[in-house]
Design a protein around this ligand. Structure first.
Ligand SMILES: CC(C)(COP(=O)(O)OP(=O)(O)OC[C@H]1O[C@@H](n2cnc3c(N)ncnc32)[C@H](O)[C@@H]1OP(=O)(O)O)[C@@H](O)C(=O)NCCC(=O)NCCS
Length: 447
C-alpha cells in the first residue's frame, strides 16, 4: 500500500480577490487593526506590538486584499488584512497505554478572525485548509485542537468536541468532605498568594502546569516560549478588575499546585460584603494538594461566591463539595480535537481494551485520511493503525474520532446519535471500549 502523499497546497478559489500571505513583526499594526475589527475589544491600552506579541509567525498566516479606493480608507495604504489565524505548539494529555496519560504534541489554533466586511466569502475555509495541510506537511503533530467561539463553525473542518468544561459555583465556606487520608495529607500543605504576572510567578505556573499535566487527562499546556507573558497585566484592559493573582500550594517548600484568580468586590444594601472570586485555572500534582488549594480559595474574606472554571464532570471538587446538587454547575464544550494524521494519532495514544476493527474514515478537508484503516490494539494497550482494503466494520467522520480521542465522549454514544454506521455487529462497542478513558478529561482553560 502506498504512503499518502504530503501536500501543502490549499485549493485555489477561482475569481477570488483575496490572497493568502505570511506575516512578520512588521505587520503588527495591520494585525492589531484586524483583531480590533473582529473582536471589537482586544487589549485596550496595549500597543500593536504588545497585542501581537504572542503571535507565532511560523504557524500563523493571513489573507489580504488590495485596499482599493473606498471612502474613509487611506489612499496609499498597504493591502488590507481581512483574515488571520495563529497557532501555538502545545501539548495535550491523552490516555496512555498504562491507564495514565501521555503528553502529545498538539497544534493549538487561535487568533481566528475574518473582517466583518468580508465574511461568508470562503476566507475561513481557505485558511483552515491551508492550516491543516500545513501541519500535515510539517509533521509537527498528529492532532490539532482549539476552543470554538461558536459551536457551529468547526465540525465541517473535522474538529470534534473532546472535553467538557464544568464551571462549579460554590459558596464561600463550603465544607469539603474528602476521605480522611487525603484530608490529613492536605494539612501539611501551605499556600500563599502573589500577583500572577511577574517573571517568577509565570515561570512557576508554567513548571507546575506541565508537571500536573503529566497526571491530568485533557490538560493542554502552553508553549514555554510564550508562557511568560500569558498572564501579563494590562491595567487599562482590566479596568476596575483586580490584577490576576495566583495562589501557590507548597509541600515542604516544593510547589505542588496553583490557582489563578480574580476577585470582584461587591457590597449589599446592608453593607455586607458579597464579593465573587473567579478561578480560571487550577492544577495540582495530587489530590491532597488540590484539596488544600480549594479549601484556601473557599476561605477568603469578603468573598461569598467562588466560581471554578475548567473543571470536569467527575472532578474531585464536585464530590468533595457534596455532588452536583450541592453546587450550581454549568457545562459547556471545551477543547475541540482534530486528527490531522489518523494512523499516527491513533498510534500515539493508549487504549483501555484490545480491539481489531476496520474503520472507514470520511474526511473532506484532509483527503489523505479518507480511506479504510485497521486499528489493532493488543493486551498491552498500544495500538497500531494501518491502511487496508478489507471490508469496513464501521464508518464515521474524522470529527467522531476527534471527539473520542481523549476518552471522554464515547464512540458508542456518538453511534447512538447517528454519527457512526456499523457494518459488523459489535464493532462499535469494540472500538468504543478501547478508546474510553477511566476518568473524564479535564476541561482545559481557553486559548
Ligand atoms: C467565524 C468566522 C471566522 C467565519 O469566517 P468566514 O470567512 O465568514 O467563513 P467562511 O465564509 O469560510 O465559511 C465557511 C463555512 O462556515 C460557515 N460558518 C461561518 N461562520 C459560521 C458560524 N459562526 N456559525 C455557523 N457556521 C458558520 C459558513 O456558512 C460556511 O458554510 P458553507 O461552507 O456550508 O457555506 C468569522 O465570521 C469571524 O471572524 N467571526 C468572529 C470571530 C470568531 O468567531 N472567530 C472564531 C474564533 S474560534
Amino acid at each position: 500500500m502506498d504512503e499518502p502523499t504530503r501536500s501543502t497546497e490549499a485549493p485555489a478559489p477561482t475569481e477570488w480577490p483575496y490572497r493568502s500571505t505570511s506575516l512578520t513583526p512588521v505587520d503588527a499594526e495591520r494585525m492589531a487593526t484586524l483583531e480590533h475589527a473582529v473582536w471589537f475589544e482586544v487589549l485596550p491600552g496595549a500597543s500593536a506590538a504588545e497585542t501581537v506579541r504572542e503571535f507565532d509567525y511560523d504557524r500563523g498566516r493571513a489573507v489580504e486584499i488590495d485596499a482599493g479606493d473606498r471612502v474613509g480608507m487611506p489612499t496609499a495604504s498597504s493591502p488590507q488584512l481581512v483574515g488571520i489565524y495563529g497557532a501555538f505548539d502545545m501539548h495535550l494529555s491523552a490516555p496512555a497505554a498504562d491507564g495514565g496519560v501521555t503528553r502529545l504534541p498538539m497544534n493549538g489554533l487561535t487568533w481566528v478572525g475574518v473582517h466583518p466586511d468580508h465574511r461568508r466569502r470562503g476566507i475561513l475555509s481557505t485558511m483552515m485548509t491551508e492550516h491543516l495541510h500545513g501541519i500535515y506537511a510539517s509533521g509537527e503533530s498528529a492532532i490539532a485542537g482549539l476552543w470554538a467561539a461558536e459551536v457551529g463553525i468547526y465540525g465541517r473542518f473535522g474538529y470534534g468536541p473532546a472535553s467538557l468544561e464544568v464551571m462549579l459555583q460554590l459558596s464561600s465556606g463550603t465544607d469539603l468532605s474528602a476521605p480522611e487520608h487525603i484530608a490529613t495529607a492536605a494539612e501539611g500543605i501551605e499556600t500563599h498568594m502573589v500577583p500572577a504576572h511577574t517573571d517568577e510567578a509565570t515561570a512557576a505556573i508554567h513548571a507546575l502546569q506541565v508537571e500536573a499535566a503529566g497526571y491530568t487527562l485533557g490538560t493542554a499546556t502552553r508553549p514555554e516560549r510564550i508562557a511568560r507573558w500569558w498572564f501579563e497585566d494590562f491595567p487599562k484592559a482590566r479596568g476596575s478588575k483586580e490584577q490576576r493573582q495566583v495562589v501557590f500550594a507548597t509541600r515542604g517548600g516544593k510547589p505542588v499546585g496553583y490557582a489563578l484568580l480574580r476577585r470582584t468586590s461587591e457590597w449589599d444594601e446592608h453593607n455586607n460584603p458579597g464579593g465573587e472570586m473567579r478561578v480560571g485555572e487550577m492544577a495540582a500534582v495530587d489530590a491532597p494538594s488540590l484539596l488544600a488549594l480549594t479549601r484556601r480559595l473557599l476561605s477568603f474574606d469578603l468573598i461569598s461566591t467562588v466560581k471554578f472554571y475548567a473543571r470536569s464532570t467527575d472532578d474531585p471538587l464536585v464530590w468533595w463539595s457534596g455532588g452536583p446538587r450541592s453546587s450550581a454547575m454549568k457545562v459547556t464544550d471545551a477543547l475541540w480535537v482534530r486528527l490531522i494524521d489518523v494512523p499516527r494519532a491513533l498510534g500515539e495514544r493508549g487504549y483501555a481494551a484490545s480491539c481489531d476493527v476496520v474503520v472507514e474514515v470520511k474526511d473532506d478537508v484532509c483527503a489523505w485520511n479518507a480511506r479504510r484503516w485497521r486499528l489493532i490494539v493488543d493486551g498491552s494497550g498500544l495500538g497500531r493503525c494501518e491502511p487496508t482494503d478489507g471490508p469496513a466494520d464501521l464508518e464515521l467522520g474524522v470529527q467522531v474520532l476527534g471527539s473520542a480521542y481523549l476518552g471522554g465522549r464515547s464512540i458508542a454514544s456518538q453511534a447512538a446519535a447517528g454519527w457512526v454506521m456499523e457494518h459488523r455487529a459489535g464493532s462499535v462497542l469494540e472500538l468504543s471500549r478501547a478508546m474510553r478513558a477511566d476518568t473524564e478529561p479535564l476541561g482545559t482553560s481557553g486559548f
